[in-house]
Structure formats: C-alpha cells, structure tokens
Design a protein around this ligand. Structure first.
Ligand code: ATP
Ligand code: MG
Length: 268
C-alpha cells in the first residue's frame, strides 16, 4: 500500500458491521476496508457469512449494528438504487437477465435503467442508435459481440455470466461487487472470466466472493477470510494461505491440503 492509499482512505469500509438472525450472529463485528483499485476477495468456509455481508453492503438486508461507508460517506441507511447511483453496483445473477431477450436487448435494458425513467430522449431514433452503439461496445468488452442477436436462453452458461457482467458495466460502476463469478463453470470458462475480470477491473475497484482459490490467487490483491461471521485473517494470497488459523478453519474441506497447496478449482 502506498502513502497515497493511506491518505485517500478505503473506498468501501465497514465498522463493527453485525447481523443477527433471531439471536444467531451471522456477521459479527466486521471491520472491512477495501482500497481503491484493488480486487479484494471475501472468502471463508460455508456459512461464514460472506453472502450476508454482501447483502448488507448492497442493502438487501439491514444491519443489526454497525456502519458502512462508501468514499468516506455513510451509506448505512441508503437504499440499493441509491448506492448504485453512487457507483457501487452488485453484479446481478442470471435470474435478472431476461432469458427471452437477445444479449443486445439485455444490455440495452440495463443502459435504459441507468438513464432512469424520467429521461425519454432514447425514444428518439437517434438516441436509440446511440443506445445500440453503446450496448454493442459493452458486448465487445466482454467478448460477446458475436452473441448480440442470440437469445440469452440459448447462450452457453459461461457466456451468460459474461453477459451478466456486461449488464453490470452498463450501470457505469466505480466499484463492482461480484458474487461467485465463476460458480459452476468449467476450467475454460473460468479462465475466460478471470481474464475478463482483470480487464474490466482496470480503473475500478472490485469486491468478490469466490470459492475457487486458484481464481483468488490469480486475481486478488487482498483477501479477507471470514469464519463464523468474524474476520479470521486478512492479507495477500500468500500470507492468508500460510496462516494456520485459516488452514484450521478450512479443515475437513478439500481446500487446504496437507502440503498447503490448493487443488485447482477447490471449493472452500
Ligand atoms: N435469512 C436468514 N435467516 C436466518 N439465518 C440466516 C439467514 N441468512 C443466512 N443465515 C445464516 O447465517 C450464516 C451465514 O450465512 P451466509 O449465507 O452468509 O454464509 P456464506 O459464507 O455465504 O456461505 P456459503 O459459502 O455456503 O455461501 C449461516 O449459518 C446461515 O444459515
Ligand atoms: Mg454464500
């Protein structure tokens, strides 16, 4: 971390973030700091609280206690759409992509959502062209130009996940939250998505939940390990994977093997 990072402070920060479900503490006093320009991973065993943290950050759930700050500004009581307007955007799951629209139409819908319903200028012929142009650009960016006119339902799974990324980019995020972007993918698709995330993270900050430790090691600048709702460890991949506490937390799973190496594609 450079002196500059310290001066600027984290892009996203949580202070004492806590979520209780009927007396069960799913997220326990989490202090998270994500630095500008970083790809930051949130990892941990099943049930550690990763998804709940994401849901708190994106306002799908209200916290029991604690604060969330984005660029130094408290966003704890803001709504999902308000934080999206600030540039903090969660990648939508495939379920949010319309199966019976083409790839191009899906990106256009996302672009229109960004413009908001109060603007009607895209209804004119000229702005429609402009919208198409931008949608094609975004498809290009994720390597889907050739799928522009393909119905989403007919696209291979890995390509649908790439489309999801294009619809996220359409909202012009400065920070993206990616929820298991390689989940359920074969090795070839994983490699493609890794390259893609590397590319679209240029000039942006990314926080991702990811089970595949090979992906984490290839992509991430910093890693926060959650276990039973609390931060267990934090650091770069090397430091975290050497940490005995982390290895202990993963005991019984395939991820941390005796020799300390991870299986390709291991599920944590
Ligand atoms: N709505 C809810 N009501 C009650 N308990 C919940 C709720 N959501 C999550 N939990 C509990 O909180 C804990 C953390 O769940 P969470 O889904 O955040 O874990 P995770 O780290 O995302 O796990 P995984 O790796 O399996 O996706 C779990 O014990 C879960 O059962
Ligand atoms: Mg989860």
């Amino acid at each position: 971390m450079s002196a500059n990072d310290v001066l600027k402070g984290p892009v996203l920060e949580t202070r004492g973030l806590t979520k209780e479900f009927r007396g069960f503490t799913a997220v326990d006093d989490v202090n998270l700091q994500v630095q500008e320009g970083h790809i930051h991973a949130l990892i941990g065993p099943n049930g550690a609280g990763k998804t709940t943290v994401f849901n708190l950050l994106t306002k799908f759930l209200p916290p029991t206690r604690g604060e969330i700050l984005y660029r130094g500004q408290p966003i704890t009581s803001k709504k999902s759409n308000q934080i999206a307007q600030l540039g903090l955007v969660r990648s939508f799951q495939i379920s949010a992509v319309f199966a019976h629209m083409t790839a191009l139409e899906n990106v256009r819908v996302a672009l229109q959502r960004k413009l908001g319903t109060s603007f009607h200028f895209w209804k004119s012929e000229k702005s429609l062209d402009h919208l198409n142009e931008r949608a094609l650009e975004l498809l290009d960016e994720v390597g889907l130009r050739e799928y522009a006119d393909t119905l989403t339902v007919e696209m291979p799974y890995g390509r649908k996940r790439a489309l999801e990324l294009a619809t996220t980019l359409a909202l012009d995020p400065t920070m993206m939250l990616l929820d298991e972007p390689t989940q359920g993918m074969g090795a070839e698709d994983v490699d493609r998505i890794v390259a893609l995330i590397k590319r679209v993270s240029q000039g942006r900050t990314v926080l991702m939940v990811e089970h595949n430790l090979s992906v984490v090691s290839r992509l991430c600048d910093r890693i926060t390990v959650l276990a039973r709702g609390s931060v267990l460890a934090e650091g770069d991949y090397e430091a975290v994977s050497r940490n005995p506490l982390v290895r202990e937390a993963y005991m019984g799973s395939d991820a941390a093997q005796e020799d300390g190496t991870e299986k390709e594609g291991a599920a944590v």
